[in-house]
Design a protein. Sequence first.
Length: 428
Amino acid sequence: MPSLIPRSFGPKVRPSQGHHDNDDDATSNQLLVTTRQSKRFKDISGAIAGPRNSRSHHKNQVPVLAQAGRLEESAVSGAESHNDLVPNFRPARGLQNVIFRCGQTDDLIHRVEERQPTTTTGRQCASNILSEQVLLYDAGLVIDLRSPPERDSKSATAWMSMAPGGTYEVQNHQFQIRKPRQERTCLRLTPLPAERFYHYIDTHWLDAQEKARTALFKLTGDVGALHQMRINAMNRRGLVGMYQAILEVGKSELCEALRAIALHLEYAYREEEEGIKKMMATMMNHHHLATSSRKKKLIVVHCVQGKDRTGILIMLLQSILKIGDVDILLDYALSDPTDKEATSAAVLQAQSGTPKVAWGSLDHSAFLGAPKSVMKQTLQYLRDRYGSVSPGYLDNIGFNAVWRKRLQLAVAAVTGDEDDEIVLNQDL
C-alpha cells in the first residue's frame, strides 16, 4: 500500500506580507514520479588552488576562489548565540524548525572530544546548546557548501565519525539514498567552483579593454596579473555581484541541494511512518515515539559563516514554500546583528562601484555583513532576468514544478499539516 502524506502546497506558515512569486500549481497531486538520477558533477576542486608560478608576483596574491570563500570569514558573525563553536546557527525563518542554517561546523570536534554528559532521558548529550544537539544527534542531512580549501577536513571527518547520534556518510556532488540507508548524510557541494567562476568573471565582469588585456595575460602566462584583474572586478561588483555569480555559476549544485532536501524529507517521513507502526505494534511509550520521530528529519545547511552561499540556498527554499520577501530579508539580515544598513561598506560599495583598496587587492569591506538591500537586489535580479524566483529561475536550473511540489508536500508532511491526503512518491 502506498504511504499517505498531507495535501498541502507548503508548510503551516502563512506567506508574509510583501512580494512573493506565484508558482505553477498545475502539477498533479498524485506524485508517482520515478526519482531521476541527478547529473553527476565533475569535481574541479583541484583548480581552486589558484594560479601558481606567476611571472608577476604580488605579496597579497591569493587564489581568486579561495579569497571568495574567505570573504565570509571576515564577515560579522551571525545571530546572537550562546554557542562559540558553530557560528550563526538558527532555524531558517518560515521553515518550521526542520531546516537550520549556520557557519562552519569543524570546531564541533572539540565538543565531541571534551565531554558527553547524559540527559535525564538516558541519551548521551554533548551540551544543551541547540546547534550541538541538532548537529551531533538529530540532523539526518547536512549540506556543506564550502570549497575544499575552506574545510578543515581532518576535524570535519573526525566529528562526523564520532557524533554520538550516529556517523555521517560523506557524499560529494550528488545525493544518493542507499538501501539500507546510512542513517545520516553529509552532502558536500561547491556552488562557486573555480574554473566556472573564473570564466564568469572573464565573460561578464570585464570591460572590452580588460578582456583584451586578459587575452594577453593568458597568452603570455602572466597568471599573477590575470588574478589581480579578477580580484579588481570582484571589488567593483561587491556582495551583490558575488550573489549573482553564485546563482549563475552554481546552478547545478543549487539544484542538487534542493533535490537532496526533498528526497531526504520524503524518506524521513516514510521512515517515521513505518517507525510509528512498529512502535504501536510493540506498545512502546509515547516519549520514545516523540524522540524517534524528531530524529533524522532535521537538515542543516552551512558554509563558512552561513550568510552568502547558505543565504542563497535558504532564499530559494523560502521562495518555493511561498515565504514572502519581508521574511526572507529579515532572516538574511540576522546574519549581521549590527544591522548597520545605512553605513554598510557593502551597500556603499554597491552604490558607488568604486573599490577602496589598491588595484589587485581584495577589498574585504565590500563583502561584510548581510544588508537587507543586498538580498533585495538579488531577488530583483532573478525577477528581471528570469521573470521570477519560482517558477522562473528554478525551472531554469532544473528544479521544476514536480520537484517543487514534492518539496512542498514533504515539508508539510514532516511538520504535521494534515488537511488532506496524497500519495507519496514510492520510487526512491
